[in-house]
Design a protein around this ligand. Sequence first.
Ligand SMILES: [Zn+2]
Length: 281
Amino acid sequence: MALAMMASLPFAAAEGEEEDDLLIEEIIEDIDLDAIEYGDVEWDFALSLEEMDPEYIRLANKHYLLDEKYVPEMVKVQKSLDKGGLNYAVTPSGGWWYLQEACAEALHQMAADMAEDIGKKIYLKSAYRAYRTQKTMYNNRLASHNGKDDGWVSKPGASDHQTGLGCDVVPYSWRDKSMNEKMMREPECQWMAEHCQEYGFIIRYPDDKNEITEINTEPWHIRYVGIPVAQYMGENNLCLEEFCWQLQAAIQRFLDRGGDPAVVEKYIQVPTDEGFMPPNA
Ligand SMILES: [Zn+2]
């Protein structure tokens, strides 16, 4: 909008040239060069829509359940990718993991850079999990805990793993051990916590956000959200829930100012749990 206004000004006017110059100066002063607009309506969120892929910021938790039929487009993550140059992430023997392509690529890049930086290798312990698999895991967990949900296994539809963007990543030397706090002191985990945002990953269930995520701390579970979102979340110490609610509030402000619903439609996330009200909304 700002540029269009400037371009339509009569720059080459022979008469009253001084007045035009003044007018241009005034307009330039009035323009906030950082302002983002969609169809002349101000977008006041820190990130533009182009910096966020609606697929990568999709929330999956017990208030925002994924559909039983939701299966993202994914690529196979092979068993011994470390033999293929850049690819250092490997899966359990005999199996494949599936991840969305951008997530798989970012993971491989991160693993390769870590190997180069500190000479350590990471292992992909878990990636995409189908709704049905999650259902079995959840029921098994309930059965072994007197029917109680202890917060370690998500309900079917509520797992970040169903998005194809959630990965449990551990040091290669821990591939057969169970994940715990002690593991997090290993250099691989420290490096990952420090650098994962540069590759578009966040720690999905951080220690200081348990009340919001309603999931126990899982420092090994990283989630791909894309680089601009990961960096924004890091700078503002947000978990994915908080980020999504901030974005939903920004969408609401945009619509309240008369913004075109079609512009933001793909970014709208509505709780599937009807009794749930996001704090910012
Ligand atoms: Zn996980």
